[in-house]
Design a protein around this ligand. Structure first.
Ligand code: PBG
Length: 330
């Protein structure tokens, strides 16, 4: 062990100027590390603001193309796309999710034909499509794991056929990664990447997202604690990740972000696989509204993003992606 003793060692020597601080910085963030989530709403003409996510909009099938153009020009390599479905199309099994010509397929198809290099990450879960707002099939107040796997595999095929590059199961059913990988391969989609929401916690930080995709009222007082993880658990996250890698996940993700930096760090160091972090809607709204009100300096946004890199995340899904590149000249 090297001993560091004052006055021979003065750690403040390397904090004398901005230049030396930057030169000795241990990590940084670039536009290559950022993924922009995007909401698209069925039947919407232009775009509409999301009240609980200041500065974030839902786009229509056509207006989303202008948004993607801006994202592309900023140098962002990937978007994560989330649909808001016509309420009349929601049912108990989420059957709309597996229709080949559904809204999200149409949107992905038109994005990919105009922006072939933009990586499209498509969420696999039934919550945008079910009338009860759960990610799986619900029967007698229970989420049916194995029956749901079948629908998720079908949903993955629909998304892959539409042109999604990265299939991202966010549903937390047991065994879904292996099930989806097998089905993709059987359909000649060996090259489709699986990004697993491996350690996804049962979090209240998803609140604004559920407003954004209109699933909050469907879910009502029910919660997702029978499939999403207990925020108190750490070892369980390692088990989830180990199983997902074993089943064929190419990239694993931790969600939410900032309250779970310990999980990101441990996973990255233990498994040494590409690890992403999702700075979720509630984290965004909390920071954004405080910045808007002048309660927090806008540099908190950069500080929050750099904390993910320090913890070991390779990329970050963040609603701030566009703004970060613009405001901080990334
Ligand atoms: C759906 C899904 C959720 C989020 C991403 N995919 C919500 C949930 O699980 O209830 C949350 C993202 C966010 O809060 O920004 N399975």
């Amino acid at each position: 062990m090297i001993s560091r003793k004052f006055p021979l060692t003065r750690l403040r020597r390397l904090r004398q100027s901005d230049s030396i601080i930057k030169l000795t910085s241990e990590c940084g963030i670039s536009k290559d590390d950022l993924i922009q989530p995007v909401f698209v709403k069925e039947g919407l003409k232009d775009k509409e603001p999301i009240e609980s996510m200041p500065g974030i909009f839902r786009f229509g099938c056509e207006s989303v193309l202008d948004e993607i153009e801006e994202i592309d020009q900023l140098g962002i390599k990937a978007i994560a796309i989330f649909p808001v479905i016509d309420p009349a199309k929601k049912d108990a099994t989420g059957s709309e999710a597996i229709k080949t010509d559904n809204f999200i397929s149409e949107v992905i198809c038109s994005i990919k034909s105009k922006f072939p290099n933009m990586l499209v990450i498509a969420d696999v879960a039934l919550d945008p499509y079910t009338d009860h707002g759960h990610d799986g099939i619900l029967e007698n107040n229970k989420i049916l794991n194995d029956q749901t796997l079948e629908v998720l595999a079908e949903q993955s095929i629909v998304l892959a056929e539409a042109g999604a590059d990265i299939i991202a199961p966010s549903d937390m059913m047991d065994g879904r990664i292996g099930f989806i990988r097998k089905r993709l391969d059987e359909n000649s989609f060996e090259e489709k990447i699986i990004l697993s929401y491996a350690a996804k916690y049962n979090s209240k930080f998803y609140g604004p997202f559920r407003d954004a995709v209109n699933s909050k009222n469907n879910l009502g007082k029910s919660d997702k604690s029978s499939y999403q993880m207990n925020p108190a658990n750490f070892l369980e996250a390692l088990n989830e990740v180990a199983m997902d890698i074993e089943e064929g996940a190419d990239i694993v993700m931790v969600k939410p972000g900032m309250p779970y930096l310990d999980i990101i760090s441990r996973i990255k160091h233990e498994f040494k696989v590409p690890t992403f972090a999702y700075q979720v809607s509630g984290e965004y709204s909390m920071l954004m509204e405080s910045v808007n009100k002048g309660w927090l300096d806008k540099n908190v946004i950069m500080e929050s993003i750099i904390s993910f890199k320090r913890a070991g995340a390779d990329a970050v899904l963040s609603y701030f992606a566009k703004d970060l590149i613009k405001e901080f000249n990334l």
